[in-house]
Design a protein around this ligand. Structure first.
Ligand SMILES: *[C@@H]1O[C@H](CO)[C@@H](O)[C@H](O)[C@H]1NC(C)=O
Length: 251
């Protein structure tokens, strides 16, 4: 039997009303993927029990890790480097535990066609593919002209060497291990670029193009609207009902 290379899926997450809904959706996607090891990393000081319970129920091989954002970034005004401590924790776990295969940063609010996981599995160094965006630009993708690389299409280039979306690339574990200092910077908007640059030596001309030479959209950078937490249940009125157990499952 041919052994298929493992896929390490690094998912940063944090406690919010939609967390369990999003993780349920991603879990049920990953349940269709072979030889996957899911690193679910919470920006929290303690593991959320509902996350632990969900992970054990899926049957997916997983790690449930913690990586709170450093306090200095939390106090900072403006946009925060969300997910960076989580993803760096994922990279650290890979350095300690993985020797082969491919890893991918899969946020819990995106939408994944299961085909993308088979596309990325053959990554030798760094592979890329288009990401559908629900913005005016509509897309983030490498541009191919007559079969070869000719730049990047993204709504926000901002001087980045690699103006790509977090959901648009995968990296081989071996390639990472050969670069002991590779990490994601705490720099909002420049996380992908900074991480890919930290994989130097690595140039855009080395990118392996997936999804039929970047002609298919197999992943969407969707986003759930920010929601308010639910109100408490009136226990005087509903004390002896199923609502009490249900409310405990809602943030
Ligand atoms: C992608 O493009 C290259 C160069 O034109 C070509 O050799 C290859 O067959 C194409 N692959 C796919 C899957 O279309």
């Amino acid at each position: 039997m041919r052994i298929i290379p493992p896929l390490y899926i690094i998912t940063p997450t944090y406690r919010r009303p939609e967390q369990i809904a999003e993780l349920t959706r991603l879990a049920q996607t990953l349940m269709h993927v072979q030889n996957v090891h899911w690193l679910v990393i919470e920006d929290a000081k303690e593991k959320t029990p509902h996350v632990t319970e969900l992970l054990s129920r899926t049957g997916i091989s997983f790690e449930h890790l913690l990586a709170p954002m450093p306090e200095s970034y939390k106090l900072r005004k403006g946009s925060k480097p969300r997910g960076v401590s989580n993803r760096n924790r994922g990279l650290e776990w890979l350095r300690e535990n993985a020797t082969s295969g491919v890893f991918y940063f899969a946020d819990d609010d995106n939408t994944y066609d299961i085909k993308i996981f088979e596309e990325m599995r053959s990554t030798e160094k760094v592979s890329m593919w288009p990401v559908g965006l629900c913005t005016k630009t509509g897309l983030s993708t490498p541009i191919l002209k007559n079969g070869s690389f000719s730049g990047f299409f993204d709504g926000w280039i901002a001087g980045r060497k690699f103006p790509v979306d977090m959901a648009g690339f995968a990296v081989s574990v071996k390639f990472l291990l050969e670069r002991p200092r590779a990490a994601m910077p705490y720099k909002p908007g420049f996380e992908e670029d900074g991480f890919l640059k930290s994989l130097a030596p690595f140039e855009p001309k080395q990118i392996e193009f997936k999804a039929q030479n970047c002609t298919k959209i197999l992943v969407w950078h969707t986003q759930t609207r920010k929601n308010e937490p639910a109100l408490a249940i009136d226990t005087a009125k509903y004390g002896n009902t199923n609502l009490i157990m249900l409310r405990q499952q809602i943030v």
